[in-house]
Ligand binder design. Structure first.
Ligand code: UTP
Length: 521
């Protein structure tokens, strides 16, 4: 570990001498902790990091308009690289699903959760995965995801007759690792084998002021932030994750965000769609339309309206990537094709497929080419007099890499469009915000389960015992749904609900194992 003097010299050399401003005021224990923290900073590159952050923030503020150079090179993902739950041939869909189950049953598929974020918009002091959105069961996001893994393993085993494992890799950060670990232990890992849950930590980098100074969060603490969900690739290398996958025989990885309550863990249809579209593969029973695709895949949902603020999966100069909504001119965003659909409608939902070998290529060759993005945030700090300040306006720059910025390195990039109401309802904000809140997430899940129950032939009654018509699948998420909740341990995606046929069910109702047994008795 470098000495205090060495650190002081390095900080002075990079214009960051203020970091040690309060050193004499710290007790010896605080000094020891602070020194250890400073020793972990990438001191040789600190000056470059601070300068780059300040420059990037200034450039971003100057250029928050559409990028005119980009437009002539912009094109949608070509149809031969796309599948769609809505539009693809049903035989193709079932072929993809079969292929996905086959891969899962051979334990070749893992799920990888991005859970290192700070969840500042939601505003809770614990990891987002521990959040309870107020479902009748009180389940947290982590529990729902764990149970979906258990169920998909069981379904694959039942279909293919071989025992299998879907390992769960969880990327955490300094903020989320310990509480997540403890939460899993306290909940007996939700029934999963602890040895199949692998948590690892991403790197942290200092937050910086607009004039390129490291922010002090306390007198003996630098304000650090995780390096974005694109920090995944560095973290895979730091923690030997790909080696672990290789040892387990994992070939395909489904990567997703912690906050999507509808996420289909290891979705066999998505996995099969991407796998089936790899070179040299032939599926029995049907032939892939595009045999040359599939090392990297993105699930997307159709944009709700042209101005919806989501990144769009498209191609720029023939190279796949996600273009931010603000970079596209409104008239381009409004363009419609001959089928009446938006030309640039592939909304990115941060739900991806990678082959292990693609991840290996990224880690070995491409990860240092990922450009960090600038996020302007309110970062609590101590002022020069040592007073603690909680800013009301953004005062700091956090540099974040994005997980999808590896798309350009893909050789065979494919996109699967899925139904938003079935697969995407993110939890970003606290209740009171217009979108993506605990209420909208809860309603999206309950509405989906009501649709499953109705499709299985059940009649649902509200709390007064009155039958109400099913909401159409496109009804807004903030419309309260009947409280019908189906445990993932009973059904992964609406299958296996024959036991509800002809039943009249008064809500609130939780269909778990015990309720299912009672209905069948
Ligand atoms: P968001 O960009 O929505 O960030 O993350 P967040 O941290 O959840 O929330 P805010 O912006 O502070 O309010 C999308 C996904 O990427 C993960 C998050 O945990 C979430 O699953 N993420 C984000 C990371 O794993 N690491 C990061 O450094 C940032």
């Amino acid at each position: 570990m470098p000495s205090l003097q060495q650190i002081r010299t390095a900080l002075e050399g990079s214009g960051q001498a203020h970091v040690l401003r309060f050193w004499p005021e710290l007790g010896s224990e605080q000094q020891e902790v602070f020194l250890r923290e400073l020793a972990q900073l990438d001191l040789p590159r600190l000056e470059e990091h601070c300068r780059a952050a300040a420059q990037a923030a200034a450039a971003a503020q100057a250029a928050c308009a559409p990028d005119r150079d980009l437009e002539p090179n912009l094109e949608p993902v070509p149809p031969e690289s796309m599948g769609s739950v809505r539009r693809s041939d049903p035989d193709c869909l079932s072929g993809w699903e079969r292929e996905g189950f086959l891969q899962i049953s051979r334990s070749r598929v893992a799920v990888l959760l991005l859970a290192g974020g700070q969840g500042t918009r939601l505003g809770v002091s614990y990891p987002k995965g521990m959040f309870d959105v107020g479902l009748p069961s009180g389940k947290t996001l982590y529990q729902i995801q764990a149970e979906r893994i258990l169920k998909i393993q069981e379904l694959a085993e039942r279909r293919l007759g071989s025992k299998c494992t879907v390992p769960w890799y969880i990327m955490t950060s300094e903020f989320t690792l310990e509480p997540t670990k403890t939460f899993f232990q306290d909940n007996a890992h939700f029934g999963l084998q602890p040895s199949n849950i692998l948590m690892f930590e991403q790197r942290m980098i200092p937050a910086v002021t607009f004039d390129g100074k490291v922010i002090l969060e306390g007198k003996g603490k630098v304000a650090m932030a995780p390096d974005g969900n694109g920090g995944l690739y560095q973290a895979l290398e730091d923690n030997g994750v790909l080696e672990d996958m290789e040892r387990r025989g994992v070939e395909f990885v489904h990567v997703y965000c912690v906050d999507n309550i509808l996420v289909k863990m290891a979705d066999p249809l998505f996995v099969g769609f991407c796998v089936a579209n790899q070179p040299h593969r032939r599926l029995c029973g049907w032939s892939p339309r595009h045999p040359n695709l599939g090392d990297c895949g993105a699930k997307v949902v159709a944009k709700a309206h042209p101005a919806e603020p989501v990144g769009v999966v498209c191609r720029v100069g023939g190279v796949p990537q996600v273009v931010e909504y603000s970079e596209i001119r409104p008239e381009t965003a409004r363009l419609r094709g001959s089928d009446g659909e938006l030309v640039y409608s592939a909304g990115n939902i941060c739900n991806h497929f990678f082959t292990r070998s693609f991840l290996q290529d990224v880690v070995e060759t491409f990860k240092d080419q990922l450009k960090p993005h600038v996020a302007l945030k309110k970062v609590p700090f101590v002022d020069s007099c040592g007073n603690q300040v909680k800013p009301t306006e953004p005062n700091g720059i956090k540099m974040e890499k994005f997980v999808f910025d590896v798309f350009p390195f893909s050789r065979n990039f494919v996109v699967l469009e899925v139904q938003r109401e079935d697969e995407f309802s993110p939890l970003k904000n606290a209740d009171g915000a217009p979108a993506d809140t605990p209420t909208t997430a809860r309603n999206a899940l309950l509405a989906q389960h009501c649709r499953w129950a109705a499709a299985a032939g059940a009649a649902l009654l509200d709390e007064q015992g009155i039958g109400t018509p099913m909401p159409p699948s496109s009804s807004p998420e903030n419309r309260p749904a009947l409280k019908c909740e189906i445990s993932p341990l009973v059904s992964y995606f609406g299958e296996g609900l024959e036991l509800l046929k002809g039943k009249t069910i008064r809500t609130p109702f939780i269909l778990d194992g015990a309720a299912a047994a009672e209905l069948q008795a």
